[in-house]
Write a protein that binds this ligand. Structure first.
Ligand code: 6CS
Ligand code: FE
Length: 309
């Protein structure tokens, strides 16, 4: 048996294992590294990430790069794009594509984005380790009828269903459309990353088949959401296309629907520390498929410095 297959003996973040919800303290840092003048973030940015559990970086990509990414995103969503059917998730109640998973494996340009130094070096710095892509996706929230994403901690799902041991992963959302208060931007509770809400209930078999359209298991109770919102407040991350939102794997987040005529899309990469590779799921009978959670022999990102366009 390889080291990676071994299960950690005690579970610091048990969830979905009893009938009751519980608030547990976080046992991992948010910012694992140490700031130096060579760091890819300013000291203020690194400290703000540690405190709030998220960071918005404006204009990380040039207008030319953004245009190239938008064109590639349109190509992937157009009829005839050769995509693995399994990786496509439609909106609840319609055939509109909501998410394309394994983005960096189905598009050369998005592969370069996932490996790009401007993104991956920041994740690697904050997590103080080499990083690999745990999950990637192109999210598309159509205009008029884009559906919401209910409140959740990503780590809760990744720990329970995918076997991610520690809170040592960061999501990077690269905005491909302008996001403002109106078209269903990402909402976050700053500071919520320091608490783990162990959820009630059990993971149903093949939960991902419905949870990716509408998550119902692994979400906090309304009482806990109220307490979190009263304690930490709710902020939203706005920015023009090309803005990057980085957030910790345990920051409570969600987004409203989008009834504006303007669609909203983003490319989303989850960077996990190489030392934090997946084990057996902590709160489900079998692990989710590989298109949702990279559990092979993951390769660290390359930190490619070349412009994308
Ligand atoms: O399933 C996932 O990996 C992600 N999607 C949802 C709806 N919840 C957890 C996590 O963010
Ligand atoms: Fe999420």
């Amino acid at each position: 048996m390889t080291m990676r297959a071994l299960q950690t003996k005690t579970d610091d973040y048990p969830s979905r294992s009893s009938g009751t919800e519980q608030w547990l303290e976080r046992k991992d840092p948010v910012f694992w590294g140490k700031w130096t003048p060579e760091a890819p973030l300013t000291r203020t940015e690194a400290e703000s990430f540690a405190k709030k559990g998220y960071l918005v970086l404006k204009s990380l990509f040039t207008p030319q790069e953004v245009q190239a990414l938008q064109a590639e995103s349109a190509r992937l969503r157009a009829p005839g794009a050769k995509l693995d059917k399994e990786t496509l998730i439609t909106e609840p109640g319609s055939d509109d594509v909501r998410t394309i998973f394994q983005l960096e494996q189905q598009s050369a340009l998005f592969n370069r984005l996932a490996n790009h130094k401007r993104l991956a070096a920041i994740a690697s710095f904050l997590l103080d380790d080499e990083v690999y892509i745990h999950q990637s996706r192109l999210n598309y929230k159509p205009g008029y009828a884009g559906k919401e994403f209910y409140w959740h901690s990503d780590f809760e799902t990744w720990h329970a269903e995918d076997g991610m041991p520690r809170m040592r992963a960061i999501s990077a959302s690269v905005l491909l459309s302008d996001n403002d208060a109106m078209n269903g931007p990402l909402m976050l509770m700053p500071g919520s990353q320091d608490h783990f809400i162990a959820c009630a209930g059990e993971t149903p078999e093949d939960n991902h088949k419905s949870s990716l359209k509408k998550q119902e298991v692994g979400v906090p109770s309304e009482e806990s959401l109220l307490k979190l919102a009263e304690t930490f407040g709710i902020e939203y991350a706005a920015g023009d296309a090309g803005t990057v939102i980085l957030f910790d794997c345990n920051t409570m987040h969600g987004s409203n629907g989008n009834i504006t005529p303007f669609p909203r899309s983003n490319a989303f990469f989850v960077y996990n520390a190489m030392s934090n590779q997946l084990q057996a799921p902590f709160g489900a009978k079998k692990p989710r498929p590989a298109f949702l959670a990279n559990r092979g022999e993951p390769k660290p990102v390359t930190l490619d410095p070349e412009p994308l366009a």
